[in-house]
Ligand binder design. Structure first.
Ligand SMILES: [Fe+2]
Ligand SMILES: [Fe+2]
Length: 320
């Protein structure tokens, strides 16, 4: 529970926010296997629970490309900040690798009969919504990115925290990708936010976009849960919905995420006011070494325009 208690300096209005980010993180060129030996209901044989994780995976490739593109648009604004520029590069590479590995994950879902393409068409439509803001569309895209990065960091923290047992009973291969993604979301959680503030982004847009993004995101996840459960033949199963509700609200007490989500609405918010350092340290000690790193350098390029700086990735690169 204490992990969710914000540090006492949270309300310290005088804190200079950029100083609170440790922001040292690596790019890990890892690979995961999603072959047919992975059980279809890989999380404890619980169908709706497994589908909930799979559901989140289906939004990552398009979502993370959107993040990369939104941040890349403001690259010029951080040109004079060497540290932040390096962080943007590492953030871009991490997200591009997440995209690649979740595409492999989602290919497994396709083999299981999930209509990933149909889901992605719906996600793509939502990601075009910032265009409605006309001249403000890039600002809105970046603030939607900071909002969703706050969510991914909160969920990541939730997965790594020791008072939750989110992945207990999960297939170890799938648990590994979720832990890795959770850790890296925590590592780079302040990058988009720092670009947002450094490029002159203000409080009002940030807060309003968080409200809208949260509603749209969770409504979409619920809709997709329904879609995937329907393709699995359990959309009308009260027992399955009850099992999912029990997992989220009783076993995991996911509503614990509400207070740190609300913290985002402080004008003095900075992502590192919720300190993940100890959790990350432990993940690096216990899990990072067990990952399978690609042997040869691979080029990871996000399929977005403008194209982010190419990131040659020979295994684990040195920290930023
Ligand atoms: Fe990611
Ligand atoms: Fe991220």
């Amino acid at each position: 529970m204490s992990h969710y208690r914000l540090q006492h300096h949270f309300w310290n209005m005088g804190a200079k926010m950029s100083e609170s980010s440790p922001a040292k993180f690596s790019v890990r060129d890892v690979a995961f296997d999603f072959d047919d030996t992975v059980p279809r209901y890989w999380h404890s044989q619980r169908r709706a629970v497994t589908i909930f994780f799979n559901n989140l995976s289906t939004v990552f490739p398009l979502g993370e490309r959107f993040f990369i593109k939104s941040v890349a648009h403001y690259r010029a604004a951080v040109e004079d900040d060497e540290q932040l520029r390096a962080e943007v590069r590492a953030f871009t590479s991490q997200e591009a690798i997440h995209t690649r590995e979740h595409e492999a994950y989602n290919d497994m879902l396709r083999r299981h009969g999930v209509d990933v393409d149909g889901i992605e068409r719906g996600v793509a439509r939502l990601l075009r919504l910032p265009r409605l803001a006309g001249p403000l569309r890039h600002r809105v895209s970046l603030s939607a990115t900071t909002a969703l990065e706050h969510w991914t960091a909160l969920l990541g923290h939730f997965v790594l925290a020791d008072d939750t047992r989110v992945l207990d009973g999960a297939d170890p291969r799938l648990a590994a990708i979720w832990r890795w993604h959770a850790a890296e979301e925590c590592e780079h959680k302040a990058v988009a936010f720092d670009v947002y503030t450094r490029s002159g982004g203000g409080y009002l847009v940030r807060a309003l976009v968080m409200l809208m993004t949260t509603m749209i995101f969770w409504a979409r996840i619920l809709q997709q849960q329904w879609m995937i459960m329907r393709s699995d033949g359990i959309a009308w199963s009260f027992a399955q919905w009850r099992d999912l509700a029990r997992f989220l609200f009783v076993e995991q007490r996911i509503l614990r995420l509400v207070p740190p989500w609300l913290a985002y609405f402080s004008p003095w918010f900075h992502p590192w006011q919720l300190d993940d350092s100890a959790l990350l340290e432990r993940w690096r000690e216990e899990h990072a070494g067990g990952l399978r790193y690609r042997k040869r350098a691979t080029r990871v390029r996000a399929r977005v325009e403008p194209t982010p700086e190419p990131a040659p990735l020979p295994g684990e690169l040195s920290p930023v």
